[in-house]
Design a protein around this ligand. Structure first.
Ligand SMILES: [Zn+2]
Ligand SMILES: [Zn+2]
Length: 394
């Protein structure tokens, strides 16, 4: 009853112009992971302007603000990421990137603007909030997992976060729709490092050396068998070797090749199997060809697992904003998202905001040089953020 009385979309409308302006400002001034200095300054100023309790400089460029409601009650956190990508913006719009070689090609500018919009709306209705809201603006989603650093710095404590929500723009969904997913939504990632060691010799006398390049070629092609022949076809996984570096000159047998890759899985048994297979294949091929091998793994982001009750809550909240245009996403993604770290600390849900618009020609996927969003989606995302808080704190 109380929630309907508040009429979130109408209140958001009052801030829409400001939210679009903020998004364009961030879009014109993209900053790479861990370098979000200007962005975090703007974020801090807007939040302080609202009279919130703001802490800057968390994990270097992170910002957190707390909005107190009526007192007592629970604490709900909303999160945005602020980093851009090393991509040259190729769009011809008035707000395209002003910075050579950097671009908001993943929509984190929109995430930041919408979360600021949610802070504006929720501040206006704070006397209706039976609890408090923590707004988390984090660095470095795209690289080293800014979320983990924010958590290390204590953002999930004092006050302790009872539930956490976040969103990602989705060009695959049309503006006006919201995508939710129960359970596993994103894969976990691991980096793999393979070093093939041979012995240098004259290029015309290969028999005197051990050619690390030829061995690496064998290893690379054998690794392709792991997913295609070693993993249950009904499981999902990828193994991509993204870089391969070795050799010094055309007439020298290479003594070292380094390969780096990423593994994406949705199941821990599959993850273990892939890692042990990589090690076994690489080590044995190298040994059989007279070389040596070193294999190492580094865990990346964990699996993103949405809580069922919290996903229901987002479904209801989004339903109040977009009616029956809330879609259940059928398949998890093998892409990763560091929001997963927050979900290891508190129940919550990560959902997708439709920002595509085929009629307007806005349909480029994220991380592409022509990526853009339909700005009509900004007020929808802001409203769903605010409505989720209202539903949770009721
Ligand atoms: Zn991205
Ligand atoms: Zn992203």
């Amino acid at each position: 009853m109380q929630i309907d009385y508040i009429k979130v979309p109408e209140r958001v409308r009052g801030f829409e112009k400001q939210i679009i302006e903020l998004r364009r400002d961030f879009h014109m001034h993209p900053e790479l992971a861990n370098d979000e200095v200007r962005t975090s300054r703007v974020v801090g100023e807007v939040l302080e302007g609202l009279g919130l309790k703001v802490t800057r400089g968390i994990a270097e460029t992170g910002v957190v603000a707390v909005l107190e409601g009526r007192g007592g009650g629970k604490t709900v956190a909303l999160r945005a990421d602020m980093d851009a990508l090393p991509i040259q913006d190729q769009k011809e719009v008035t707000y395209s990137s002003r910075v050579e070689g950097k671009m908001h090609a993943c929509g984190h500018d929109a995430h930041t603007a919408m979360l600021l919009g949610a802070a504006m709306v929720l501040t206006e209705i704070k006397d209706n909030l039976n609890g408090r809201v923590k707004f988390i603006f984090q660095p470095a989603e795209e690289t080293i997992g800014g979320a983990a650093r924010m958590i290390e710095a204590g953002v999930m404590e004092d006050p302790d976060v009872d539930a956490v929500f976040g969103l990602h723009v989705s060009p695959e969904l049309e503006t006006g729709t919201v995508g939710i997913r129960y359970g596993i939504a994103n894969a976990c990632s691991d980096d793999v490092f393979i070093e093939v060691l041979g012995r240098s010799a004259h290029g015309a006398q290969p028999n005197e050396g051990v050619d690390a390049i030829v061995i690496a070629a064998q290893v690379l092609s054998a690794l392709q068998h792991i997913i295609s022949r070693g993993i249950d076809p009904l499981e999902s996984a990828t193994l991509t070797i993204g870089t391969i570096k070795g050799g010094r000159q055309a007439n020298i047998i290479a003594d070292r090749v380094a390969m780096n890759g990423t593994i994406r899985t949705l199941d821990s048994a599959v993850r273990d199997k892939i890692q042990s297979s990589i090690e076994e294949i690489a080590v044995n091929i190298c040994r059989s060809m007279g070389g040596q091998c070193r294999v190492a793994f580094r865990p990346g982001y964990p699996m993103l697992i949405n809580d069922n009750a919290m996903t229901d809550l987002v479904r209801n909240a989004a339903g109040r904003i977009v009616g029956n245009s809330v879609m259940e996403i059928q398949k998890p993604r093998l892409g990763v998202e560091d929001f997963a770290f927050y979900l290891q600390r508190a129940p919550g849900a990560f959902w997708r905001l439709g920002t595509g618009n085929k009629e307007k020609g806005i349909d480029c996927i994220t991380h592409s040089p022509n990526f853009d969003i339909d700005e009509d989606a900004l007020s929808i995302g802001t409203a769903v953020h605010a409505q989720t808080v209202l539903e949770y704190l009721q």
